[in-house]
Write a protein that binds this ligand. Structure first.
Ligand SMILES: Nc1ncnc2c1ncn2[C@@H]1O[C@H](COP(=O)(O)OP(=O)(O)O)[C@@H](O)[C@H]1O
Ligand SMILES: [Mg+2]
Length: 254
């Protein structure tokens, strides 16, 4: 398994400077979350890591390999419901494998195991319309894991879920991550989600996007949901809020 190293990435679209001199690393197997106001360049940063977009300067490495073009080591989990409605759960989950021209027959059993792992055992023949929002995101997760990536890139994957489902998915994701041990870079708007999941929380400021803070989360694992109700947890969330408020005050608006 490999980690991610982002070195001095700068990116503009036309005249607009979006990211300025962004550097950070996510160690192999580390869970890093990124929070920051809308428009600060989080999605752009994730797309650059994935090699879907190129920085104007700077470089991204997965392990030792310099990323240039779509990175096979990464798998993306989007917020939007990106399942194909005419495909079953199983056929949606195998899509990433198909795109990478992996032999489905060889990997069929592993795919079934993954569906089991994400809690969809027995739902292989269901269609997306028969699933809840949480279940659909489980399919997306299985699809990403199926290509056995070193790095999972997750762009607000639980944003569309109701609060209760979101909390369930958070604990599920931690369970799956401890089983599969991927390097994760996870973007979220929700600070409690960022703290609960992460080894480290990066706080981004904007106009242009910069890393304003890099906070190591001290809580041991495995983490129970009740951790969120403790004073220490609340204090850390408050501290991150303070940083974001400062960033927004300096750059105006949300
Ligand atoms: N392909 C693009 N062309 C032009 N501008 C873009 C493009 N992608 C993103 N932007 C701009 O870059 C900024 C950062 O966008 P984005 O990375 O989506 O931020 P975030 O995910 O933090 O909300 C925004 O101002 C957005 O309008
Ligand atoms: Mg975004």
């Amino acid at each position: 398994m490999r980690g991610v190293s982002v070195q001095s990435i700068t990116k503009s679209f036309g005249d607009g400077l979006v990211l300025r001199d962004i550097s950070f690393t996510a160690g192999a197997g580390e869970f890093v979350t990124i929070v920051g106001p809308s428009g600060c360049g989080k999605t752009t940063l994730l797309r650059i890591i994935d090699g879907l977009e190129e920085g104007d300067s700077g470089e991204v490495r997965i392990g030792d390999r310099l990323v240039s073009g779509p990175a096979r080591e990464c798998a993306f989990v989007f917020q939007a419901d990106s399942l194909m409605p005419w495909r079953t759960v199983f056929d949606n989950a195998k899509l990433g494998m198909e795109l990478r021209k992996m032999d489905i027959q060889t990997h069929k059993d592993r795919l079934k195991e993954l569906l089991q792992l994400v809690g969809l055992g027995g739902f292989e023949k269901y269609y997306p319309r028969q699933l809840s929002g949480g279940m659909r995101q489980r399919v997306n997760l299985a699809r990403a894991l199926a290509v056995d990536p070193d790095v999972l890139l997750m762009d607000e994957p639980f944003a569309a879920l109701d609060a209760q489902t979101r909390e369930i998915m958070q604990t599920e994701l931690l369970r799956i991550w401890s089983d599969q041990r991927k390097t994760v870079v996870f973007i979220t708007h929700q600070l409690d989600e960022a703290v609960y999941l992460a080894d480290r929380v990066l706080v981004m400021g904007r106009k242009p996007g910069v890393i304003a803070d890099d906070i190591t989360v001290p809580f041991s694992r495995p983490r129970e949901l009740s951790l969120k109700r403790t004073g220490e947890f609340g204090q850390l969330v408050e501290r991150i809020w303070g940083t974001i408020e400062g960033v927004i005050r300096e750059t105006g608006g949300i």
